[in-house]
Write a protein that binds this ligand. Structure first.
Ligand code: ADP
Ligand code: MG
Length: 336
C-alpha cells in the first residue's frame, strides 16, 4: 500500500482569466481507498492530474510511497510515477479491442507475458475471454471494468479514479461501486476516488477528504467527517443538517429540544436528522409534513418557533398534524 502525501499544493491555470484551481492542498492517505468529495469545480480533477503528473503545480509537494515526485525544482514525468488514472469520460480507446485496452500500459512486456497479464486482469474483473471484444460491444458497467483492468494491469503504486460511476444509471452505479471497491481491495492497490456524491464517498472509502474551492478542509474516516464535521460547510456537504440555537455552558447546550451534550467549539449547533427521535420523555412537537422516501421518511417538525426535519423509519410514521414528543440522541456539534 502506497502512502500519498500532498503539502501546500497550488496550481493555477493560466488565463486570461487565470483560474486558481488548487490553493494549497494538504492531504495524507496511508493506502486503502481515499475518496475526495466536493462540488463541481472545486479542483478534484486538477488534483488527480497533479498526482498523475499530467499537470504541473506551481507550488507544493507530492510524495508517493515516501518518494518525492513533485516539489520545488522537481517534476517527475507521468510515465515515471507508476500511477494510473481512470478519466471521467471516454475511458477506453474505441479503436482498440479489450486486450489492446487492458494491455496498453504493458507495451514494454514480451508478448506472452502481456497476454498472460491481460487474461489475469480480465479474470479479476469478471470478464474472462473477452479479449477480442470492442468497447462499443460492452455495457456501461463492462466498459468500467475494462477501464479498471487497464489501470491495474501495470501494477501501479496508486490508481486514480475520476468520478468513475457518474455516467452509470442508478442501479448499475450501486452494484458497480461495491464491485470496484472489492476489486481494488483484492488487488491491494492504493486508490484515490474523486466524486461529488457524498453517499459514494461515505459508503466506500477508508478515508474521506472534503474539498472546497481548491483546498482540502477536512480528512478523516467517513464516520468522523460525517459526525464531527470541522465546519458548517462540511456538515452541509456531507448530509442534511438540523441547525438549532442554544446557550452552551460546560459542554451542554440548552435548546428547544432540551439539554444536549455538545462536542467541538464553534458558534453554531448542528445535529443530523436521524439524531432527532420520537421519545416519550421528549419535548412536544407538531408534525407539519411527512415526506416518504422508501425505507425512511423526512418528518418536518415544529417545536415552539423552531422548524426542523427529522428522519424516521417509514414503519412508524406519524400523520401531519399529530402532536408527538421528540428528543435527541448523541451530541450536537458546535461548528463555525
Ligand atoms: P472538479 O473536477 O472538482 O469539477 P476541476 O479540477 O475540473 O474541478 O476544475 C477546477 C477549476 O479549474 C474550475 O474552475 C475549472 O473551470 C478550472 N479548469 C479546469 N481545467 C481547466 C483548464 N484546462 N484550463 C482552465 N481552467 C480549467
Ligand atoms: Mg472533475
Amino acid at each position: 500500500m502506497t502512502t500519498i502525501e500532498v503539502a501546500g499544493l497550488a496550481l493555477t491555470y493560466p488565463g486570461p482569466p487565470a483560474v486558481p484551481a488548487l490553493r494549497g492542498v494538504d492531504l495524507r492517505a496511508e493506502g486503502g481507498l481515499l475518496a475526495v468529495v466536493g462540488p463541481s469545480g472545486c479542483g478534484k480533477t486538477t488534483l488527480l492530474r497533479a498526482l498523475a503528473g499530467t499537470e504541473r503545480p506551481e507550488a507544493g509537494s507530492i510524495s508517493l510511497g515516501g518518494e518525492r515526485v513533485e516539489g520545488p525544482g522537481l517534476h517527475l514525468p507521468a510515465e515515471a510515477r507508476a500511477v494510473t488514472l481512470v478519466p471521467q469520460e471516454g475511458a477506453l480507446f474505441p479503436h482498440l479491442d479489450v486486450a489492446g485496452n487492458v494491455g496498453f500500459g504493458l507495451r514494454g512486456l514480451p508478448r506472452d507475458a502481456r497476454r498472460q497479464r491481460v487474461a489475469e486482469l480480465l479474470d479479476l474483473v469478471g470478464l474472462p475471454g473477452s479479449e477480442r471484444r470492442r468497447p462499443h460491444q460492452l455495457s456501461g458497467g463492462q466498459q468500467q471494468r475494462v477501464a479498471l483492468a487497464r489501470a491495474l494491469a501495470p501494477r501501479p503504486r496508486a490508481v486514480l479514479l475520476d468520478e468513475p460511476f457518474s455516467a452509470l444509471d442508478a442501479t448499475l452505479r450501486v452494484s458497480m461501486r461495491e464491485e470496484v471497491v472489492a476489486l481494488l481491495r483484492e488487488a491491494s492497490t492504493t486508490a484515490v476516488l474523486v466524486t461529488h456524491d457524498r453517499d459514494e464517498a461515505l459508503s466506500l472509502a477508508d478515508r474521506v477528504a472534503v474539498m472546497h474551492e481548491g483546498r482540502v478542509l477536512q480528512v478523516g474516516e467517513p464516520s468522523e467527517v460525517y459526525r464531527r464535521p470541522s465546519s458548517l460547510w462540511v456538515a452541509r456537504l456531507l448530509g442534511e443538517t438540523v441547525e438549532i440555537a442554544g446557550e452552551v455552558a460546560e459542554g451542554v447546550a440548552a435548546t428547544v429540544l432540551g439539554r444536549i451534550p455538545v462536542a467541538g467549539d464553534g458558534e453554531r449547533l448542528v445535529l443530523r436528522p436521524e439524531q432527532v427521535v420520537p421519545t416519550r420523555e421528549g419535548v412536544p412537537a407538531v408534525v407539519e409534513g411527512v415526506r416518504f422516501r422508501g425505507p425512511e421518511a423526512s418528518v418536518a417538525l415544529r417545536v415552539g418557533d423552531t422548524a426542523l426535519t427529522a428522519r424516521w423509519a417509514s414503519t412508524e410514521l406519524p400523520a401531519v398534524g399529530d402532536l408527538v414528543r421528540v428528543g435527541v440522541r448523541g451530541p450536537a456539534i458546535a461548528v463555525d
